[in-house]
Design a protein around this ligand. Structure first.
Ligand SMILES: [Mg+2]
Ligand SMILES: [Zn+2]
Length: 189
């Protein structure tokens, strides 16, 4: 089993845009490609886990989401970095579209996406880390048995001031590159 770094997408890999419903809104942070390449080289499997209730709300379609992720892959690949996989939750308890209206296990803070990725890709949650800009990302990692880092990009600086009782991060850092530095120093492979 391999160690992974589970990555929130919006506000962690990319600029937070609310619902990202046009490709021209997609913008990786300046350090994102380098951070993923460092994980690749160090033997940590990078995997995106993203809540995309925009699908259940009818704002975007799954085909568009796949196009966004293919575009991220192209930008990473052009500079020698590689994302292993993308997992998304299209559901919401109040989704406008009936097939997506459910209380699922995959919507963060639920652990479902990480659990599925660990089964599919033979990843070891105990040696893995979840990185995100919201406490629900930290809680998701905790629920799945990983370590968890809050980054201050996206909603993170705002979230840092509003920590819910009972949730703690292993580290709170400025951005994904700092998180990767922490992981490479702290976690065994
Ligand atoms: Mg986020
Ligand atoms: Zn779901």
């Amino acid at each position: 089993m391999r160690p992974a770094v589970f990555l929130d997408r919006d506000g962690t890999l990319t600029e937070e845009r609310g619902y990202l419903d046009r490709l021209d809104l997609l913008e990786l942070f300046p350090w994102t490609v380098d951070a993923i390449r460092l994980l690749n080289r160090a033997g940590f499997v990078p995997v995106v886990v993203t809540n995309q209730s925009a699908i259940g709300r009818g704002v975007i379609e799954e085909s568009f989401l796949n196009h966004v992720h293919a575009t991220i892959d192209a930008r990473l690949g052009a500079r020698g970095a590689r994302m292993e996989a993308y997992y998304f939750c299209p559901h919401h308890p109040d989704a406008e579209l009936e097939p997506y209206r459910q209380r699922c296990r995959c919507r963060k803070p639920g652990p479902g996406m990480i659990e599925r990725a660990c089964r599919d890709l033979r990843l070891d949650p105990a040696r893995s880390v979840m990185v995100g800009d919201r406490w629900l990302d930290v809680a998701c990692g905790r629920a799945a048995g990983t370590r968890a880092i809050l980054v201050r990009t996206g909603h993170g600086a705002h979230e840092e001031e509003r920590r819910p009782a009972g949730i703690e991060a292993d580290a709170i850092l400025n951005n994904l590159m700092e998180a990767v530095g922490w992981i490479l120093r702290t976690c065994s492979r």
